[in-house]
Structures are given as structure tokens and as C-alpha cells.
Design a protein around this ligand. Structure first.
Ligand code: AHG
Length: 334
């Protein structure tokens, strides 16, 4: 039988990367393998969503006061479960839960990482068969190994992330993750149930033509943002405008598309919600890390997302992210 050695699975890739570091313990590869396993389970449920009665509201509100869908709970339990039972993670923070969960057992207390995740982002799109995603962020603990993880392990600046990634459940299911060595994308080969390397060394095009923003909130944005949006709609030789507007309402899908094709995604503050909607730790930090590693820029409109010192796990921030030249155009808008 012929074996196609051009195909590299997620596990093979992470193990190969680990071999370049003689002191690596394999914990990060293990953690990514655990995340890949949970992602496959969520993929299966997402694909069944139209067939079984898993759709609909679970009848509870999450800590943000938003309606929780059943699939959110399923995804949360899967990611928490694999990380709890794995040997690489000392605790987790989830967008679906009020507080961090410290695993506090003999193995977990020896683990050097903590993980934050949004188990199912864009969940209001589940009912209508539109792409949704999972976002994750990995930090090395700052607390003492051998003891339980602490809040300080989770409240680190984004720049300290060791790895960050997302899974998009779309026309195909893809897992993209970045470390300081680069961003790589793996597509789920459903026939064999393996994520296989399909997008090696992702680079965000420096120039893009797509802008993504919720136009419904236009009159609630600050004037600089309004002026930039108008700029995106103008015909100019310098930028190649007008740009194309695309907004799915699932940040994973919107930012993934812009990462591959080039573009800018904005979730600005509004008069009603000055800090916008998106969470610094669960949504913005991981994407800022991935996009910066791929050559793009991410800010809150004033400062680099990755340099913000978080005060609490559920804090929100305005978010601007994308291709270098478009982000620079935005920053230069008066
Ligand atoms: P949710 O998980 O509640 O559906 O929120 C999704 C997030 C993000 O993925 C998306 O970009 C944004 O909220 C959309 O919000 P608006 O509908 O306010 O534009």
C-alpha cells in the first residue's frame, strides 16, 4: 500500500516541532492533541445539529447575561473534560463559566500550562447553519509548580501566550494554531478523523480589500471609526478601494477569512457599550497573537491588544485586527 508522506497530521507536526527543542517535555504537544480531540467531538455534534434536538436554548443565561445554547454547554464540557483528564493543564478559564477552574490534583498541579477558551463562539449562528468556532489561548503558569494554579496564571498579558488557536466549524473543519515559530492550519480529514496540515506557515496578506464591521451600530461608533468606515467605501488609487464589506457575525469565520485573504475586522466600542462586546482573554488575545505571528496588527484602537494587563477574566475590549497596511490606515485616520 502506498502511503502519502506529504500528509502530516497535527500530532506528527507538533511532535516534530518539539524535537527541535531538546528540553521540551511534550506537554504542549499533549495539550494541543487534547484540544484536537475535543474539537473532533464538537465537530461531530455541530454536524448533527440539524438532525437531532440539540438545537435550541438550554434555558439558562451565561455569565455575560446571554442566552446559552445546548451546543455551547456540550462544547464547554468537551474542552474542559479533555483538559482535566490530560496531563498538561493545571486549570482552565471558559467564557461560559463565571470563574476559573483549578484542577488541583497531583498530576495537574505538576502541569505547566493553563488554558482559556471560548468553547463555541458565534453560537447565535448555530440555528441557521452558519460557521461557528472555538478559540483557545495557552499560558505558562507563573505560580509554583507542584501547587494548584492561581488567578495570576490566567491574568497575564497576551504577549505572554505560549500558543493560541481556533477551530472553525465551516464548510470544512479547520484547526489553526500559532506559537512564536509560526501559524499553521490543519483541515480535518473526516475519512480518517485526523487534522492534517493544509495551511503551513500562514501569512496574513499585508494589503487586503475586505472590511468587517457591524454597520447596524454605525451611529454609535466614535467619529474616527465612522470616518475610517467611510474611507473604506471610497474609490482611491492609493488603497485600491472601495473595499468589500463582509460580516458573518462569527468572529472566528470573519477573522479567519481576513487572515487568509487580507482584510480588517472591527468590533468598536459603542455609546451603549464603550468596551464593545468581545472578551479580551477568550476572544481578542488569542486572535491578536495568531494575527501578529502571521504579520498583521491587533489593537483596541489605542494600544496593542497583547500589551493590555487584564484585571478580570471576563473583561471586554474594543477590537481592531487585520492586515498591516489596513490597520495602519485605520490608525492614521484623524
Ligand atoms: P455570540 O457567540 O453570542 O453569537 O457572539 C459572537 C461574537 C463574535 O463572534 C461576533 O463577531 C460578534 O459577537 C457579533 O456581534 P454583533 O451581532 O453585535 O455584531
Amino acid at each position: 500500500m502506498l502511503i502519502n508522506r506529504k500528509i502530516q497530521t497535527l500530532d506528527e507536526f507538533t511532535i516534530q516541532q518539539m524535537r527541535d527543542f531538546p528540553n521540551a517535555t511534550g506537554e504542549l504537544s499533549g495539550l494541543l492533541r487534547d484540544i484536537g480531540l475535543a474539537a473532533k467531538r464538537v465537530h461531530v455534534e455541530v454536524n448533527k445539529a440539524g438532525l437531532i434536538d440539540i438545537l435550541g436554548d438550554a434555558g439558562t443565561m451565561n455569565v455575560q447575561g446571554e442566552e446559552v445554547k445546548k451546543l455551547d454547554i456540550f462544547a464547554n464540557n468537551q474542552f474542559m473534560g479533555v483538559l482535566r483528564h490530560g496531563i498538561s493543564c493545571a486549570g482552565i478559564g471558559s467564557e461560559e463559566m463565571d470563574d476559573i477552574v483549578v484542577f488541583d490534583d497531583d498530576i495537574s498541579n505538576q502541569s505547566k500550562y493553563v488554558c482559556l477558551f471560548d468553547p463555541l463562539d458565534g453560537s447565535s449562528n448555530i440555528d441557521v447553519n452558519v460557521s461557528i468556532g472555538t478559540i483557545f489561548s495557552v499560558f505558562r503558569r507563573v505560580s509554583e509548580l507542584g501547587k494548584p494554579a492561581t488567578a495570576a496564571d490566567f491574568l497575564q498579558q497576551g504577549i505572554k501566550q505560549v500558543a493560541a488557536g481556533y477551530i472553525i466549524y465551516g464548510s470544512s473543519t479547520m484547526l489553526v494554531y500559532a506559537t512564536r515559530r509560526g501559524a499553521n492550519g490543519f483541515t480535518l480529514d473526516q475519512a480518517v478523523g485526523e487534522f492534517t496540515l493544509s495551511h503551513p506557515d500562514i501569512k496574513c496578506p499585508e494589503v487586503g480589500k475586505i472590511y468587517s464591521v457591524n454597520h447596524g451600530n454605525f451611529f454609535q461608533y466614535e467619529e474616527k471609526v465612522q470616518r475610517y468606515i467611510h474611507q473604506c467605501q471610497k474609490k482611491t488609487k492609493a488603497t485600491g478601494g472601495p473595499y468589500t464589506q463582509r460580516y458573518i457575525g462569527s468572529m472566528v469565520a470573519d477573522v479567519h477569512r481576513n487572515l487568509i485573504k487580507g482584510g480588517i475586522f472591527m468590533y468598536p466600542g459603542t455609546t451603549e457599550k464603550p468596551n464593545g462586546k468581545l472578551r479580551l482573554l477568550y476572544e481578542c488575545n488569542p486572535f491578536a497573537f495568531i494575527v501578529e505571528i502571521a504579520g498583521g496588527i491587533a489593537t483596541d484602537g489605542k494600544q496593542r491588544i497583547l500589551e493590555i494587563q487584564p484585571k478580570e477574566v471576563h473583561e471586554r475590549t474594543p477590537f481592531f485586527i487585520g492586515s498591516k497596511s489596513m490597520m495602519e490606515e485605520f490608525e492614521q485616520t484623524k
